[in-house]
Design a binder for this molecule. Sequence first.
Ligand code: NDP
Length: 242
Amino acid sequence: MKYAFVTGGSRGIGRAVCVQLAAEGYHVLINYRSNDAEAEATLAQITGAGGSAELLKFDVSNNDEVNAVLGGWLTANPDKHIEVLVNNAGIVRDNLMVFMPAEDWSAVLSTNLNSFFFVTKVLLQPMLIRRRGSIINMVSLSGQKGQPGQVNYAASKGGVIAATKSLAAEVGKRGVRVNAVAPGFITTEMTENLNEAELKATVPLNRFGKPEEVAEVVCFLAGPKASYITGEVISVNGGIFS
Ligand code: NDP
C-alpha cells in the first residue's frame, strides 16, 4: 500500500486532495487541527468510496505536537513508508500592515511557514533513506505577486516557495522531489467572505476555481507522471498571473 500524508485535509482544498489521493490507491493520513465533524466527513467520503484513510489530529504550527503525533505514527508503523507529503494547512489573518497586530503576523507565519519545516523534517529522513518521496507545498498567488492586506500571508507563502526550491536542490539526488502549487481564488471557507461576483472579473477564466481543480495538479505532482519535475511552482489561478 502507498501512504500519503496531507496537512489540513479536513476541509476545502485539503479534503479534495485527500479524496483524490485515496481514489488513486493511497492510504491517506488526514491531518486537521480542530474541526472533528469535517474531518470525519472527509474520512467517511473516502471509505464510502472504497478508499482507505485515517485521521491524525494535531496543530502543525506546534513542533512538539508534530513530533509527538506524526513522529509517534512513524514509530508505531516502522514498516510503512509515507511517500507523498502535502503541506496544505494554512490560515489567513488579513489586515493592512499599519493595523496588523503582531499576533496576526506570528500566527500566519507559524501555521503557514514554520509548519512546513516542522512536518517536512519528520518525514524527510525516511524518504531520503528509501530514496523515494514527493513533497507538494500549497502556496498562493499572494506569495508570487504580493497582495495588499496580506503582508503576513504573502510573506509566509513566499517563504515556502523559496524553501521549496532550496529543498528540491538539496534532495533531488536522493530521489525526493519537492514542488509547490499556487492557487488563485478557490471556492472554500477561506474565500467565502470575498466578493466573488466582483473578483471573478479579474480572472481571465471569469470564475473562481474548485478545490478538485487544485487537487488534480497536486496528484499529478505526487505521482510518477511528474517524475522529472522538481523545484517547480505550478499556478492554478485561471490565468490571473504566471
Ligand atoms: P480552509 O480554510 O478551507 O481549510 C483549512 C484547512 O487547514 C482545514 O483542514 C484546517 O483544519 C487546517 N488547518 C488550519 N490550521 C491548522 C493547523 N494549525 N494545524 C492543522 N491543520 C490546520 O482552507 P483552503 O482549503 O482554502 O486552503 C488550503 C490551502 O490552500 C492553504 O494553505 C491556503 O493558504 C491555500 N490557498 C487557498 C486559496 C483559496 O482561494 N482557497 C488560494 C491560495 C492558496 P480544521 O478544519 O481543523 O480547522
